[in-house]
Design a protein around this ligand. Structure first.
Ligand SMILES: [Zn+2]
Length: 329
């Protein structure tokens, strides 16, 4: 496969927006940051679509147990919404479940949609759900979001929380995911949960949408130690465009994006960085240099001006992500 300007974006929250605030829109007719024409312009090979569901929206008047049941149901609705997009636009986008299917879809001129779950709490202590989600095509699960859940503990400025790791059910889940062929995603995890995921995982571990703590000291970002640990295991990290994680708060600028990529290369090696935009997953930006997926070429050009070779850019755009997907089988 020729990787030039072939993009794999490891994280967007477009499905949640289509379900919750953009009802009636679809992937073609939408003002979401990720849409069919934008993906085509970006040369998208695959777009990871997160089925993100947040406990707080469901827990009004409910116990956490009931809240997570509502979240699970909503995740299934998000999967259905993705399936519906593939039925609506069969010549343009297709649900891909493996490296081979992604390559085949690319040859057919179609963009691959890869399903992910963000917030492993939706398992709600029920191990059979991992297999159900896998059967539906989910190939990556972000175990934590910003709350403690049945699996473990989230990123936090509270050192006590940050040091807490996986629970027994989390360890069991991470092992099961590896056996099935589902990528374990450490984004949003506490440092302790990160260490446990790496320790117990039997398959690929990545950070789908996290930046570098050395440049932006946010608990959602990866320390240099974490980058070394992930890279040693063949893992990758997707560059997140959210200004807060880039270190510029209300602005999302290419200058910082390139700095984070260069730091990832310096610390984790050339096979470490990838793209995980987080498009449609954050607000509060007064300015964005890259305001939607169609403008990804701007980052490519900027990185080229910083001296990166096209081979290195190919790895960032898709080569590194494809390597992980290939290892998944
Ligand atoms: Zn996220």
């Amino acid at each position: 496969m020729n990787h030039s300007m072939n993009l794999i974006d490891l994280h967007c929250d477009t499905l949640s927006r289509l379900l919750c605030e953009k009802t009636g829109q679809d992937l073609k007719n939408t003002d979401c940051d990720v849409n069919l024409s934008g993906m085509k312009e970006a040369g998208a090979v695959a777009q990871f679509f997160a089925c993100f569901t947040c406990l707080s929206e469901h827990q009004k008047d409910k116990s956490p147990e009931e809240g997570y049941e509502a979240c699970y149901k909503q995740a299934l609705e998000l999967i259905e919404l993705m399936e519906k997009q593939c039925v609506l636009f069969p010549e343009e986008i297709v649900l891909s479940r493996s490296y081979k299917e992604i390559v085949k879809s690319k040859e057919e001129g179609k963009i691959s949609a890869v399903l992910t779950v963000e917030e492993g709490g939706i398992l709600n202590g029920r191990p059979e759900r991992i297999e159900i989600l896998y059967e539906k095509g989910v190939r990556l699960m972000t175990l934590m979001w910003n709350f403690e859940n049945c699996l473990g503990h989230p990123n936090s400025r509270d050192v006590g929380v940050m040091e807490k790791g996986l629970k027994d059910f989390g360890i069991e889940t991470v092992r099961q995911m590896g056996k099935l062929g589902m990528i374990a995603d450490v984004s949003h995890a506490s440092d302790g949960t990160f260490r446990d995921i790496v320790k117990y995982a039997e398959g690929p571990v990545i950070a789908s949408h996290s930046n570098c703590r050395a440049l932006a000291g946010h608990p959602r970002n990866l320390s240099d130690d974490m980058i070394h640990t992930l890279a040693d295991k063949g893992g990758i990290a997707g560059l997140n465009f959210y200004g807060v994680f880039l270190g510029t708060q209300t602005e999302s600028k290419i200058e910082e994006m390139t700095a984070h990529i260069l730091h990832m290369i310096k610390t984790g090696g050339r096979e470490f960085p990838a793209i995980g935009t987080d498009f449609d997953g954050f607000g509060g930006m007064e300015h964005m240099d890259i305001s939607n997926i169609s403008q990804m070429g701007r980052l490519w050009e900027a990185l080229k001006r910083k001296g990166l070779s096209e081979d290195q850019l190919d790895l960032i755009w898709s080569g590194n992500a494809l390597r992980v997907l290939k290892a998944l089988g």
